[in-house]
Every structure is written in C-alpha cells, then in structure tokens.
Design a protein around this ligand. Structure first.
Ligand SMILES: Cc1ncc(COP(=O)(O)O)c(C=O)c1O
Length: 367
C-alpha cells in the first residue's frame, strides 16, 4: 500500500544524495576496491572521530558489533550480563551466544534502563552491564557509570539507535569499553543493506573485533588466531556511509525539528504521552518518535486508514517468545509499553506537511 506519510522513505533518501552516492559506489567498483580497502579505513577513521573514540571497526551488522564486544570483554559461561528487556532481540542474543546469562531488567518512563533496577540486579556473578540507548536517547550515564565503577562492571553500550545522541556533551558509544552501532537501512545512519560498527578506545577490543570479522585471520601474517566469523563491513557500504556521515549532524537537527513539531501539535491530549523527557544533559537524536496511549491498537488502525504508516517497537515482551528460552519475568513498565507504544513517521525525509497531516489525524482520532 502506498502511504501518504510513509514511516521512512528510502527511495527519496537515495535520490537526495544520488550523485554523491553513485560516484562513491562507482569509485569502489571501478577500482576493484571491494574488501578491506581504503574506503573502509576512511569510514572507520571518520566514525571514530565523530563519536570521539580512538578506534572504530566496521562490521556487517549491529548484532555482530554487540557479539564481538561481548567476546572481546571476555564474557562467557557463568557470567551475568545485565540488560533491559525492552530492546531489540539482538542485544540479548549477543549475550546468549557467548554462553553468558542475560539478566533482564525493566526500563523507566523514558524507555531506557531503570538505574534502581540495575542496582538491585547486581550479584557476585555480574560482570557487565549492557545499556541500550533506545530511540536515540542516552541512558542516565552519570548514574550508570558510577554504578559500574562501584561494582567493577564492564560497560558495553548498545548505541544501535543512538548515533549522534549526546549526554553531557559526550556522544553515544564513547562511554563504555565498546559502543555498538547498527547501519541497518532505516537507522539514523543507514547503509543500503545491513552494516554496523564498534567504537572503542581499547586497542585490544579493536584487535579482537578486527580478527573475528574475517575468520580470525591476521591479514598481515595469514595466522588464524580464533575461530572467527565472516562479518565485514563491505567497502561499498563503507564508502556510502562515509558520504552520508557528513550529513548526519544536519539530519539529526532535522529529526529534532520534526520531534519539536510533533510536540507542539500533539501536546495537551490527555490520553497521549509524548517522548519529551526532562534532563538538560540530554541531546536526543530521535531515531524514533514514540508516543504512548492505552488506545494504541485503535489509533494504529485509524492512522493506517488515513494513509499514515506507523510501527510498534515491540508488540510483545521478548521473554514471551518461548523459543528464546528467557524464562518468566514480571517487568511492569516493559509489559505496559508493549501494549501502548506507537512509533510515528520520522526520518530525514519526513516533511513538515507530513507531520501536520499526521498530527491532524491523531487529533481527529482523540476528538
Ligand atoms: C537496539 C538495537 N540493538 C541492536 C540492533 C541490531 O542491529 P542490526 O540489525 O544491524 O544487526 C538493533 C537494530 O534494529 C537495535 O535497534
């Protein structure tokens, strides 16, 4: 179905940058620069500079950024890793796949880790905490880093949704041992297929992730140091991402403008909660604009009928997917969020007219 207001508009996104993107791709293809060439190194250097870390390692997905970070942190069987239940499943799978135990805790009203719950969940077996900066907003990093320091916990940030978001002037992905990013096409900085990256100040994390992404092989010596994976960020995607990275600050400003327009248009509806949370240290990048209402399901149907595309992140608590074998949990905020949240159209291509139309539809629904 063709929506009047699509959730995102990848075709329009490409058309805006067509000349530069086509040139970058043609350059890779005509030179035969396909695997681990200059374009990849350039992108890694520029991403690290953007985030404010010494290193970045380009990978094929946000999942592998998480997986390799967890491996590089030395986590494994017997170790507990605390993370949130309200996240994309990949966060949790990365912990499960190294044999460590994910300890799922609840989130607060801003959809991010509840720091009181974090303190309560720490046991002698807790080795790491994996905060997720959801929807383009950082967690309370003052508290998180203080708790981690007190209990000697490794911090790995799932910043898949937060590239360019800041807390107290510091960019997501620069606080912990490693920051994990996703370049899935609909992320703030997306490739035309999946991609991802780790940012870190740690040379050892960089070394391990660089080996793991290419079957454990040291390309200089030909030595295989690990049973690795095939998880490279392809050169062509790196070249495209490098073009797009220059526009990222501008796109984030636009997302913030769209969020401000939604805020202006939707304020004052008693049955609707908007994602504008207090805290002057926060600079939110608005990967998603998430509204919350008990009438979520009816609203989603109504908006679809009006030609507005929305998404639900995520409609059921992760532990209720029985195949994941995550056990039983009672996390009230996570459970209520699953029933109540709705993500509105939000991208660098979303226009003011589209926001106005979406706002009118939502106001009509509640009228
Ligand atoms: C919070 C979060 N973590 C991890 C990922 C995984 O990233 P990818 O899809 O690139 O593997 C995503 C992507 O949707 C995400 O939103």
């Amino acid at each position: 179905m063709a929506y009047k207001v699509p959730f995102v508009d990848p075709g329009k996104h490409y058309r805006h940058l067509k000349d530069e993107i086509d040139a970058a791709i043609t350059d890779c293809l005509s030179k035969g620069d396909l695997i681990m060439r200059k374009q990849l190194r350039d992108y890694e250097e520029h991403l690290a500079a953007f985030v404010g870390t010494r290193y970045a390692v380009g990978l094929n997905s946000g999942y592998h950024a998480l997986h390799f970070s967890v491996i590089a942190a030395g986590l494994g069987p017997g170790d507990e890793v605390i993370t949130v239940a309200h996240t994309f499943v990949a966060t949790i799978s990365a912990i499960v796949h190294v044999g460590a135990t994910p300890v799922l805790i609840d989130v607060g009203k801003d959809y991010n880790m509840d720091m009181d719950a974090l303190e309560r969940a720490i046991t002698p077996r807790t080795k790491a905490v994996l905060p997720v900066h959801l929807n383009g907003r950082l967690c309370d990093m003052d508290r998180l880093m203080a708790i981690a320091k007190k209990h000697n916990l490794i911090v790995i940030e799932d910043a898949a949704q937060a590239l360019g978001a800041r807390y107290d002037g510091r960019v997501a992905g620069s606080f912990g041992l490693a920051g994990c990013f996703s370049h899935f096409p609909f992320k703030i900085l997306g490739a035309f297929g999946d991609g991802g990256a780790i940012t870190t100040n740690d040379p050892e994390v960089t070394r391990i992730a660089t080996l793991l992404r290419y079957n454990g092989e040291d390309r200089e010596t030909g030595e295989y140091h690990y049973h690795g994976y095939t998880a490279l960020l392809d050169n062509v995607w790196a070249a495209v991402l490098d073009v797009k990275l220059k526009y990222l600050p501008r796109w984030i400003e636009w997302r913030r403008k769209i969020a401000a327009l939604y805020h202006q248009g939707l304020s004052g509806i008693p049955e609707l909660a908007l994602p504008h949370f207090a805290g002057e240290k926060y600079f939110d990048a608005y990967q998603n604009y998430v509204i919350r209402t008990k009438k979520r399901d009816e609203l989603a149907v109504y908006l679809k009928e009006q030609g507005v595309e929305t998404l639900i992140h995520w409609p059921k608590p992760v532990w209720e997917h029985k195949g994941l074998k995550l056990g039983e949990h009672h996390l009230p905020e996570t459970e209520s969020i699953c029933r109540q949240v709705l993500s509105l159209p939000m991208s660098a291509e979303t226009t003011e007219e589209q926001v106005d139309y979406t706002v009118d539809c939502i106001r009509n629904f509640f009228a």
